[in-house]
Design a protein around this ligand. Structure first.
Ligand code: NCD
Length: 293
């Protein structure tokens, strides 16, 4: 049984095939590839975009979706994760999509299930469909020529599962990554690092990926205030001027902390395109895992 827990679960060629399929799904027409199939979503952590994106993707393929309400589920009555998994499995869904605040939970669930498990984000560990949709957005923009393109990943990289999945995936497609963050947000990594976001970096990049400060994962307040952080790392027009580049962000955006209001409206900000691409990518992922397993 194949699952999608990290981006390493798919080979490069499979990802290119997924992109071809996702491109077709961008027409947003309903399909019936997953008619008669049922997909369960179980999100133990807040989500607006990812949850609704998976649900839209599943429905656009004709599947039925069971959205498990975690606040009302038996986990809040003390049921173990293993028992929750066994009970879900007994209902024979065709796929399960899970998000959890603890790293490793989707992997544990996958070992107990008889259907594909898709990781919708686990702790700081991994968010494979987000990285796939980010890469798809880059891939589409540069017409498949990702080799040697320069990307700055800016923000709370250490605590971001989006960053770790992107670092894992983007290098496979030849992107040249520089991590830009203050020391306390910088992970241990052999990649090029910069502790300042300066004009020279901007001059030499093709892509900026801005990330949200993951305050919910900080044990104590690290920056004096988010405003101080914004002074040094917010993507604003003064910084990017008219440089030819594209700007990505997985959302939710903290306006004027991650990205200024002005830049949010800029044509180079592809944030809503990422959301649109996300549905198409998730359609391709669900179709592949359910029909090819
Ligand atoms: C991200 C997440 O939840 O990991 N958001 C998302 O899935 N679109 C990033 C974040 O919360 O900052």
């Amino acid at each position: 049984m194949r699952h999608l827990i990290t981006t390493k679960d798919f080979h490069k060629n499979e990802i290119i095939e997924l992109f071809k399929e996702a491109k077709e799904f961008l027409d947003e027409k309903p399909r019936d590839f997953l008619k008669e199939k049922s997909i369960t979503t179980i999100f133990f952590e807040n989500s607006t975009r990812t949850h609704s994106s998976f649900e839209t993707a599943a429905k656009r393929l004709g599947a039925k979706v069971l959205r498990l309400d975690v606040s009302k589920s038996s986990s809040s009555k003390g049921e173990t994760l293993y028992d929750t998994a066994a009970n879900l499995d007994a209902m024979s869904p065709n796929a399960i999509i899970i998000r959890h605040a603890n790293s490793g939970v989707p992997q544990i669930l996958a070992s107990r299930m008889h259907c594909p498990v898709v990781n919708g984000g686990d702790g700081k560990h991994s968010h494979p469909t987000q990285a796939l949709l980010d890469l798809f957005t880059i891939y589409e923009h540069f017409q498949g020529n990702t080799e040697g393109k320069k990307i700055l990943i800016v923000g709370d990289i250490k605590n971001s599962r989006v960053a770790s999945s992107n670092i894992e995936l983007l290098s496979q497609f030849g992107l040249d990554i520089t991590l830009v963050a203050p020391p306390h947000f910088m992970p241990n990594s052999s990649l090029r690092k910069s502790y300042h976001l300066n004009k020279e970096l901007i001059e030499n990049t093709d892509i900026i990926m801005s990330l949200r400060t993951q305050v919910e994962r900080h044990e104590k307040m690290i920056y004096a205030s988010l405003k101080d952080y914004a002074n040094d790392f917010c993507i604003n027009s003064k910084l990017i001027q008219d440089k030819k580049l594209i700007l990505l962000h997985p959302g939710p955006v903290n306006r004027n902390i991650d990205i200024s209001d002005e830049v949010m409206k800029d044509q180079r900000a592809l944030i809503l395109k990422q959301v649109k691409n996300g549905v198409a990518i998730r359609m391709a992922v669900l179709k592949k895992l359910i029909l090819e397993n």
